[in-house]
Design a protein around this ligand. Structure first.
Ligand code: GDP
Ligand code: IMO
Ligand code: MG
Length: 437
């Protein structure tokens, strides 16, 4: 039985939510394995819009098990509010349909405060442009061995000891940043109040998933963010604080690497990025504002962040970057999304590599100063004037759109397994079924 990992292959917002929702019909379990509510995944089903941040995109379909794995950092107050909101939209969420790994570290209010205080204090050029949701500080505490984890909520003494351990680190840090010391008792009380609302979903996820595998059930691993935001392989330090690439799927829920049969990379037909950091194919005027093509991509693609509402930076498709991220995630096939946004461009450009100090590179170098100096090398391809919006078969695509897709496949050295032509669930073209491959 195939298990499929879905990962973003650019800087996030590639349309992972839509594809995971579509594929979830073929899966039994949908599991998030990293990130937190910095993610924003939008699903559109028969005109109804669902915005998910911490919940796996499988919850909406019903009848499936959704899992929040230990690789995630979880804000319990946010989760309870998100569950409430999604329930109001008519989605059923119960301890039978949602499980949270007991070893999941929590995001506490102090993490968000620290995240935002650091960003505010950062000088020009050092700001990361985080979502301000405490993701980085929560992961720091995880590797610093001072997290409060889901299981700790069940025992009052353990909970207090965990909070004290965390505050031993945080209070001096806050003092240095001019933030008041934490009201320890109030934090403990807040945690005790939220505890039963979270504990009802807590489970040994590693065990549940290993049992499901033995029973022949199919797991769909849902990545958040994108490979270029990966803590190791992204454009460091302008990255998120987790491993985003496909290898994390196993660690992030507690199954072996052999459980991954197929990695589907989600790739937008152009490129976007929210937040700071290098972006070689960004479409800018000399004064740093979006140029006409960049504006057009942003407007047609509605490129505003689901989580923060920030305008996304837009650029041409960067094949060199996607070739690289397909390699680091072992992508077997891609889902190419938002092809419809390119409708009506007379000419399209594709970045095939970079020029750096007179040499041509076919990958983005690691050193930050070199990344910043990389000049994109473009090839031009003809656009198409017909609409691809809502297309559900190859036959509906104009010849030049097919040529564009074929050229993308050649340049990234990876086949297209799916195409997406609108936000709607069913406006998709399946070429290769990842679960059957
Ligand atoms: P994610 O973070 O990767 O799940 O992506 P987001 O949901 O943040 O952003 C993708 C946006 O594009 C969402 O608003 C989707 O509804 C929308 N979308 C997804 N696929 C398509 C597509 O093929 N065409 C168009 N026009 N919009 C799409
Ligand atoms: P989805 O799952 C796009 C970006 C932030 C910032 C950097 C670090 O919707 O694709 P963080 O709050 O994680 O410490 O911010 O990462 N970022 C995302 N960009 N899509 C996302 O998620 C993102 N999650 C984080 O904008 O540049
Ligand atoms: Mg998103």
């Amino acid at each position: 039985m195939a298990n499929v990992v879905v990962v973003g292959a650019q800087w996030g917002d590639e349309g992972k939510g839509k594809i995971v929702d579509w594929l979830s019909e073929r899966a039994d379990v949908i599991a998030r394995f990293q990130g937190g509510h910095n993610a924003g995944h939008t699903l559109v089903i028969d005109g109804t819009v669902y915005k998910l941040h911490a919940l796996p995109s499988g919850v909406v379909r019903g009848g499936k098990l959704s899992v929040i794995g230990n690789g995630v950092v979880l804000d319990p107050w946010h989760l309870v509010a998100e569950i409430e909101k999604i329930r109001e939209q008519g989605v059923e969420i119960t301890p039978e349909t949602l499980m949270i790994a007991e070893n999941t570290p929590l995001i506490l209010p102090i993490h968000g405060e620290l995240d935002r205080a650091r960003e505010e204090a950062a000088s020009k050029g050092t700001k990361i442009g985080t979502t301000g949701r405490g993701i980085g500080p929560a992961y720091e505490d995880k590797v610093g061995r001072r997290s409060v984890r889901v299981a700790d909520l069940a025992d009052a003494a353990t909970l207090e000891a965990r909070v004290d351990r965390a505050l031993q680190h945080h209070d001096p840090l806050r003092k240095g940043l001019g933030i008041a010391a934490v009201d320890r008792d109030a934090l403990v009380a807040q945690l005790r109040e939220i505890a039963p609302k979270i504990l009802q979903y807590a489970a040994p996820v590693w065990k549940v998933l290993n049992d499901k595998r033995k029973a022949g059930k199919r797991i769909l691993f849902e990545g958040a963010q994108g490979a270029l935001l990966d803590i190791d392989f992204g454009t460091y330090p302008f990255v998120t604080s987790s491993n985003v690439i496909a290898g994390q799927a196993a660690t992030g829920v507690g199954v072996g690497p052999g459980a991954i049969d197929y990695v589907l990379g989600i790739v937008k037909a152009y490129t976007t990025r929210v937040g700071e950091g290098p972006f070689p194919s960004e479409l800018l005027n000399a004064d740093g504002t979006p140029d006409a093509d960049g504006q057009r991509l942003g407007e047609r693609g509605h490129e505003f962040g689901t989580t923060t509402g920030r305008q996304r930076r837009c650029g041409w498709f960067d094949a060199a970057l996607v070739r690289q991220t397909c390699a680091t995630s072992g992508v077997k096939g891609i889902a190419l999304t938002k092809l419809d946004v390119l409708d009506g461009f007379e000419t399209l450009k594709i970045c095939t590599g970079y020029e750096l100090d007179g040499t041509v590179l076919d990958y983005l170098p690691t050193a930050a100063d070199q990344q910043a100096r990389c000049k994109p090398i473009y090839e031009e391809v003809p656009g198409w004037s017909e609409s691809t919006e809502g297309a559900r078969s190859w036959a509906e695509l104009p010849a030049n759109a097919i040529k564009y897709v074929r050229r993308v496949e050649e340049l990234i050295d990876c086949p297209v397994a799916m195409l997406s032509t609108s936000p709607e669930r069913e406006d998709s073209i399946l070429v290769t079924d990842p679960f059957a491959d």
